[in-house]
Design a protein around this ligand. Structure first.
Ligand code: SF4
Length: 299
């Protein structure tokens, strides 16, 4: 396939991907919200969950984004080292966002720092934000598309500790962050905790943590237990949907970790709101693609 033809096909496919991702929540998130709705006991919580689901239904029906804050577009790529179109991917993603911004349409959210001006098309300096990982030997390209809203997903918090502060500092940090950040988001939240050796790697890990499918667990048994304990404890805060009193503050807590330096403990917390607009698609070498996150992908 000629380069320009391949690029055009990829751009149009990614516009479709952003379109359904902006309107329809992934299956795991939708199912979890239904489960949490059933567990709420107060009339107020029932009304809020009904409003959430009514909003999601209308977004589908009217073909509009399910939240006015369509955020900044983040793409987390797992790129096969044998995928034949790697060279055009970043440029094509930028073009796809530009088209999606006009066609879906998306709210124009990207500001240039030094001109203090809205770019008008949701692209800009290093926007969309693209993160690359490699899939050795694969011919596929997997893309997580994420709409990172300004009240929930883009805030977040990173902090360095000394080992003498103890691992209790990690727990305190998570609770402080969720109590602070949760107020501006729309709970129930997905909480991503990154445990690393510096601010940079902890922050990236916290983001990867909340992008993980719900129901998955940290591979280390103690990491998995830490996730379960934090979920249970955060749910005792009594922050329900929309920040009003309720039974469940979080959909899940996910932890991602790396080795740490003997002298450092790095903790980052990122939170995602109920409108957790993430999709996972897999492109093959002929640029056909399959949607892995949504049964009802709308394409
Ligand atoms: S917290 Fe989420 S649902 Fe609420 S306004 Fe922000 S992006 Fe939208």
């Amino acid at each position: 396939m000629a380069h320009e033809q391949a690029k055009e096909r990829f751009v149009e496919s990614m516009v479709q991907v952003m379109d359904f991702t902006s309107r329809i929540l992934p299956d795991d998130v939708f199912d979890k919200l239904k489960e949490l709705q059933a567990a709420e006991t107060s009339d107020m919580q029932r009304v809020i969950y009904d409003a959430y689901f009514d909003n999601l239904e209308k977004a589908k029906e009217l073909k509009r984004p399910c939240c006015q804050d369509t955020g900044i577009l983040h793409f987390y790529l797992s790129a096969g080292t044998e995928f034949p179109h790697l060279g055009m991917v970043e440029e094509a993603l930028e073009e796809a966002v530009r088209r999606a911004s006009a066609q879906i349409p998306l709210r124009q959210n990207t500001i240039n720092y030094f001109e203090e001006r809205n770019t008008g098309d949701d692209t800009g300096e290093r926007v969309p934000w693209v993160h690359w990982d490699l899939l050795p030997g694969s011919q596929d390209l997997e893309i997580i598309t994420y709409f990172a809203g300004g009240g929930c997903c883009l805030p977040g918090r990173s902090k360095m500790y000394k080992p003498s502060d103890g691992y209790q500092a990690i727990v305190d940090n998570v609770f402080d962050a969720v109590a602070d950040l949760g107020i501006n988001a729309c709970p129930p939240l997905v909480v991503g905790v990154g445990l690393g050796h510096n601010i940079e790697n902890a922050a990236v890990l916290s983001k990867k943590a909340y992008l993980r499918p719900l129901g998955t667990r940290h591979p280390h048994p103690k990491g998995a237990r830490f996730e379960r304990d934090l979920t249970e404890a955060l749910n005792r805060l009594g922050i329900g949907a929309q920040g009003l009193r309720g039974e469940n503050s979080v959909m899940a807590v996910h932890v991602e970790s790396s080795g740490r330096h003997t002298a450092t403990i790095a903790v980052a917390v990122s939170v995602a709101c109920y409108a957790h607009r993430r999709s996972l698609v897999r492109f093959h070498s002929d640029l056909s693609f399959e949607v892995l996150s949504h049964k009802e992908a709308g394409h």
